[in-house]
Design a protein around this ligand. Sequence first.
Ligand code: BV8
Ligand code: ZN
Length: 252
Amino acid sequence: MDAELTRSLVVAADLLANAQAVAVLTGAGVSAESGVSTFRDARSGLWSHFDPLQLASPEGFAADPGLVWRWYMHRLAAVEAASPNPGHLALVQLERLTPGFTLITQNVDDLHERAGNVHTLHLHGHIARFFCQTCQTPYTLRPEDRTAPMPPVCRFCPGYIRPGVVWFGEILPERELRAAWQAADACDLFLVIGTSGVVYPASQLPLRARRHGAPIIEINPEASELSPLADICLRGPSGVVLPHLVAQMHRR
Ligand code: BV8
Ligand code: ZN
């Protein structure tokens, strides 16, 4: 690691070690090293000619339920084939090392849970959960659904089954959003990891933390919309930086 990153890591580890309430917001970047592509990377491969913003929307599902269903079955298979990476595992250690730790994620995968994080707030839902878009009845995916050209139809009404994620233009789950706001308002340190910070209202959380003076640490190999808010930018992949951060905390 370069000298600049090493120096920033020492300062960041000090802030973490002295924090009493740490809030963390993760985005698709933390799952990138597990092989789960981010929205921007999703424009690669066989889905490259589709716009994720279009597919991840009620309008997109209404226009072509089969296309959207197949896109989610493709992404679900990728999530199930993936394993938590060292960045996910370091966040579990961070949860154990720091008091008042709240993990907020924009991701719809379950890699934080599979890594061992106990309380994870999912602002954008879960790709492995399904429900009827008409009567909201929860649905358990059957093996044959994974290769079906169209979404299954509900057993209780003519509605299509849809993924349990929050689409663009849909409101976020009230409980999770309120808990995330409370964590941002109460924290004395806010970490932003692996997100471009373009999606609202998740992207407002670091702003709420900053408003009451909490320092912000960003972990991302690239600059993001949130970089201007950050007091410390750790420019590297979360799967490398987070384990070093935890190791530095132990060295103190
Ligand atoms: C809402 C679930 C109220 C689905 C997702 C105009 C201006 C401002 C806002 C809006 C606007 N028009 C509309 C809006 C609102 C809209 C919005 O914010 N749009 C954006 C695009 C401008 N928001 C909404 O609609 C939200 N609802 O506001 O409700 C309302 C209601 C009705 C009408 C109006 C308002 C709902 C948003 C939820 C959308 N659902 N996911 C699914 O997954 O299928 S969001 C989805 O995209 C992801 O969850 C993620 O959060 C987001 C962005 O995806 P990516 O870019 O791929 O990922 P990420 O941002 O995490 O970026 C990847 C980052 O990782 C990069 O920075 C990269 O450098 C970094 N990285 C890469 N490798 C690594 C790494 N970092 C660390 N380590 C690495 N190895
Ligand atoms: Zn139904």
